[in-house]
Design a protein around this ligand. Structure first.
Ligand code: AVJ
Ligand code: FE
Length: 414
């Protein structure tokens, strides 16, 4: 991801809400050292001076641009030498060990997911960047051809008991446990994520001006940010709205899921549509529950890991794919593009499930509970498959829109 960029782009900070790219790179290596060499093998810190610099709780994102960090070459040498030692140690270890960190390969999966999450952060920065050369990889893979669909179709999810969360100990984060039963009354859900076509209709109907559609904090965000379209949408006069993505200008494909809207915008859109944002349990039931088998699936389509036919993941599209592109990725209820394309905002604040216990460290989830973070569900086109599953919980502050997030609505069933 960093290779096409010059040193100035890698070492500089584009935006106060994200650190410089070089911080993410060094932090990826430092986390790998901490867990895969120090915690697993009892080694001492290789560079004690770096541990504080790359500790995210000591250095909030806004402060990272002001740090004196190792330069690019030195950082690359550091992460390469960590990776070298990690692979050497891995060849000697027994993953069936009774050590809970090692069992089922957990700590390796955690560190792989951690790197993928920071790759996504790097992509968020590159997408936000306004000056600088367009980022080169505009499109890497050919996506499946979309079918013709009704982007406002709704699906009924019958009421009843289902399970939420997971018992998986190989990949899932602590916040996805314990698995528990929940009774969820019937509801209707969008078959697809909200498209740019629907979002444009909201804008043309005065969505960003009609105060009654916005919550009080939403109105405050609207007044302070002066936003009147999703991040990256530019008014091009006679050409209407166009999209700036990684510095490239594109026409807006009305069939693609809207992305880069904050929670307050998602909420106003839901009010405009006479709908609501899903509670995270509603989202998970729609994605995972198989009513015939009476059990939860790992992915919407079943238990097999994602392929490029199931979902737009793994940087495949460099943006969301048109709705109707992934019929093979439908959940048991027939709801599509739950995983892949864009995360979806939920109405739920990030909290622990009853019986939560932090593992392997409190700084992953626990310090973020009940701090005003909202839960995002699903997986974006910018995340790796190893971080995509029905029980995965992502979160961010309600005013954030640099994330690859969109909207999916629910309605009462009648
Ligand atoms: C779960 C994506 C919100 O990026 O802040 C990375 C993941 N945690 N390093 C984040 C994470 C520690 C986290 N999110
Ligand atoms: Fe991290």
């Amino acid at each position: 991801l960093l290779e096409p960029l010059d040193d100035g782009a890698v070492e500089g900070q584009f935006d106060a809400i994200l650190g410089p790219l070089i911080w993410d790179l060094g932090h990826i290596g430092n986390a790998e050292e901490l867990w895969l060499l120090r915690a697993l093998d009892g080694r001492g810190s290789r560079r004690p001076d770096l541990d504080r610099l790359y500790n995210p709780l000591v250095q909030p994102r806004s402060a990272r641009g002001g740090l004196v960090l190792p330069r690019r070459r030195e950082t690359e040498r550091y992460v390469d030498s960590i990776r070298h030692d990690v692979l050497e140690l891995l060849a000697k270890l027994d993953l069936n060990d009774s050590n809970r960190l090692l069992r089922d390969g957990y700590i390796y999966h955690m560190i792989l997911q951690h790197e993928a999450q920071h790759q996504e952060t790097i992509l968020q920065s590159l997408d936000l960047r306004q000056n600088g050369r367009p980022y080169p990889p505009a499109l890497r893979q050919k996506l499946p051809a979309p079918g013709v669909v009704d982007d406002e179709e709704r699906v009924l999810v019958a009421g009843g008991v289902c399970t939420i969360g997971t018992v998986d100990t190989g990949h899932a984060y602590d916040n996805e446990r314990p698995r528990h039963e929940v009774e969820i009354p019937a509801f209707q859900m969008d078959r697809f994520p909200v498209t740019c076509r629907r979002w444009l209709e909201f804008m043309e109907d005065g969505g960003y001006r009609r105060q009654e559609l916005w919550s009080r904090p939403g109105r405050e965000w609207l007044a302070a940010s002066r936003c009147h379209a999703p991040q990256g949408w530019l008014w091009a006069g006679a050409d209407g709205w166009v999209l700036r993505r990684f510095g490239h200008i594109h026409p807006i494909d009305p069939r693609t899921p809207v992305q880069h809207v904050c929670f307050w915008e998602a909420q106003a859109f839901a009010n405009w549509a006479g709908a609501r944002l899903p509670a995270e349990e509603q989202w998970e039931k729609a994605a995972s529950w198989d009513p015939e088998a009476g059990r939860a699936r790992l992915f919407p389509w079943g238990d097999d890991p994602p392929t490029p036919c199931h979902a737009n993941l793994d940087h495949a599209g460099w943006g969301p794919a048109p709705v109707g592109s992934y019929p093979l990725g439908a959940s048991a209820y027939g709801i599509e593009q739950l995983v892949g394309d864009v995360y979806q905002w939920t109405a739920s604040e990030f909290r622990p499930y009853a019986g939560f216990s932090a593992f392997p460290y409190a700084e992953y989830s626990k310090v973020f509970f009940r701090r005003g973070y909202m839960v995002l569900r699903g997986a974006s086109w910018a995340i790796r498959p190893i971080v995509s599953r029905n029980s995965y919980r992502n979160w961010d502050l309600p005013q954030r829109r640099q994330i690859f997030v969109g909207v999916r609505l629910v309605w009462d069933a009648h």
